[in-house]
Design a protein. Structure first.
Length: 136
């Protein structure tokens, strides 16, 4: 399945004064919620006030061709020290329309595993094959 890096940069996970956890990807901010169906994320316009920064690092967002069988969901990789946390969006990345999107946290994946896979995905290009997996 063809994958494409569509966004990359620096992320920040922080808590607002109201206790809301917010994921900032460069200049975009997303509120992390517990919804009726599980974990959800929603795009927010404007900036949240930062009370406490929980973590910072690099991020990479990879989308896959929609014609795969089965279709591969978009993946967000958040780098934490010597590994990445994989976040999978079942309905794609949220947009500014305020519609919540479900997500699930995937596995912790070694930096080498992710970087080996992404090495073939320079920004804007594609590569065939499923996303990185632990133990490859």
């Amino acid at each position: 399945m063809a994958g494409k890096i569509t966004k990359e940069g620096v992320y920040q996970l922080f808590r607002s004064p109201s206790g809301q956890e917010v994921l900032a990807l460069e200049k975009e901010e997303f509120a992390l919620l517990e919804g009726p169906r599980g974990e959800e994320v929603i795009a927010r316009q404007g900036n949240f006030e930062r009370q406490q920064v929980l973590e910072m690092g690099e991020f990479i967002f990879v989308e896959f061709a929609e014609n795969g069988d089965p279709p591969e969901m978009p993946h967000l990789f958040l780098r934490r020290n010597n590994h990445y946390i994989e976040i999978i969006f079942s309905g794609g990345m949220p947009t500014e329309d305020g519609e919540p999107r479900e997500y699930r946290r995937g596995e912790e994946i070694g930096v080498e595993d992710v970087e080996d896979y992404l090495e073939a995905l320079p920004s804007g290009s594609t590569v065939e094959g499923a996303g990185p997996r632990v133990g490859r």
